[in-house]
Design a protein around this ligand. Structure first.
Ligand code: ATP
Ligand code: MG
Length: 388
């Protein structure tokens, strides 16, 4: 039986004149995702994109991957029938057999874009519904609240028959909203923050600060693994690893303990902005959430923001930890995030961090050290890795 995938656009459908730009991006992203599964043809019509496998392309594998492509509101696998009612009935019964054995109620919705087809939409629904009732005796029709909706679409060349739609990842196609650099630690929050911005169409780069020997190789491997999970949705991520040991030691040796974390965050921000700009990113992304820790109070965030000369996106700012954890479970990063490797933030954590820092106080503390050379050295020494 010939099968295709029907993709339903999400928000893209609301983009008016820009719509085809968004759709092009989505199709390009889907093509890239399917490149190892064989050849597929893409046909657009109204607010759907139809994917036709060529030859023995892996349609089941392709459908599975559709769940991870941003821009897709929903999708379904559909069988292709000839344009006569007998074939439509036969294909519906065969193709939907498994799905229909799993439910008790159904209804048929017919749509006809080819008005020359001899039956009207209500007639098609009635003919197909009646046929299915005669084949599956456990079924009844429920037009108000059916467990399965069978859709029969009569198009120009073929008829498509499908069962319930599968929910897509939603959002906008990655790349349609520009590129930003995710500041990624090994924790729970930052991978979720990256996923959320990718969902809004942002292509991700990532920047990770490592402080060997205080942080181990395992800590960096953990970041690779987290980004790999995010990349399943966002597509390939270019990761830059920055050696941060010298700067962290200088902070520890010269600055007041209560400001360690904040000064460290400001140094990270300065370096991340430089790398992000060099790589053509229009913003930074962090996993900060208001009030979660001392360095994320309103005053602390203001002090961190001050040194950033790019916009800083903080998609988790108003979320509870539980809400963040729920997303991290859903996207498959949670189990990795809770592995116990030291992050550079936890290495020199002050016992009593200041929760209401002022810019003056921090600037005075930072003036105790000559940072520029260390910053240049850190930027010169970065390592780049592509994660996909
Ligand atoms: P996460 O769960 O993302 O580690 P967190 O709650 O532990 O966040 P912090 O450690 O204060 O919070 O870090 C706040 C944000 O700073 C992180 O979400 C991340 O965006 C960034 N960040 C922290 N550590 C690093 C690091 N080693 N490299 C790059 N960015 C970092
Ligand atoms: Mg952290």
């Amino acid at each position: 039986m010939k099968e295709i995938i029907l993709i339903k656009d999400g928000e893209i459908a609301l983009k008016g004149l820009n719509r085809s730009t968004f759709e092009d991006k989505m199709i390009k992203n889907i093509r890239w995702r399917l490149s190892d599964l064989g050849e597929f043809e893409f046909v657009r019509s109204q607010s759907t994109v139809n994917i036709f496998p060529v030859g023995d392309a892996d349609i089941a594998g392709a459908a599975e991957r559709m769940k991870y492509v941003f821009g897709i509101a929903g999708f379904s696998r559909a069988a292709v029938a000839e344009k006569n009612i007998e074939d439509i009935q036969r294909v519906a019964a065969e193709y939907l057999e498994d799905e229909l054995y799993g439910v008790k109620t159904f209804k048929v919705e017919a749509k006809r874009s080819d008005k020359k087809f001899p039956l009207t939409s209500p007639e098609i629904s009635r003919e197909v519904g009646g046929y299915l009732l005669s084949k599956f005796h456990h079924l009844t029709v429920d037009v108000h609240n059916p467990e399965t909706v069978i859709t029969v679409e009569v198009r120009e060349k073929y008829v498509f028959i499908r069962g319930n739609q599968i929910k897509g990842a939603g959002g906008l196609p990655v790349g349609s909203a520009g590129k930003a650099a995710l500041m990624v630690s090994g924790g729970i929050d930052s991978p979720v923050a990256g996923w959320m911005m990718a969902k809004r169409g942002v292509q991700l780069n990532a920047i990770h600060f490592a402080s060997p020997p205080y942080t181990s190789v395992n800590a960096e491997m953990k970041v690779h693994k987290l980004l790999k999970a995010v990349a399943k949705y966002s597509g390939r991520i270019r990761l830059t690893v920055v050696g941060f040991t010298e700067i962290q030691e200088a902070i520890k040796d010269n600055c007041p303990e209560e400001l360690f974390t904040l000064i460290m965050r400001r140094m990270m921000m300065r370096i991340a902005c430089r790398i992000a700009e060099r790589d053509g990113c229009g913003a930074l992304i962090t996993g900060e959430s208001l009030g979660q820790v001392a360095s994320q109070t309103m005053q602390a965030l203001a002090c961190t923001n001050m040194v950033a000369d790019l916009p800083v996106f903080r998609p988790l700012i108003g979320m509870d930890k539980n809400e963040i954890i729920n997303i991290s479970r859903k996207i498959g990063t949670f189990e990795t995030s809770i592995l116990p490797y030291e992050d550079c933030c936890t290495v020199f954590t002050p016992k009593h961090p200041r929760t209401r820092p002022t810019p003056d106080l921090i600037e005075q503390a930072e003036a105790l050290v000559e940072w520029n050379e260390m910053i240049e050295k850190a930027i010169d020494g970065v390592k780049n890795i592509t994660i996909s």
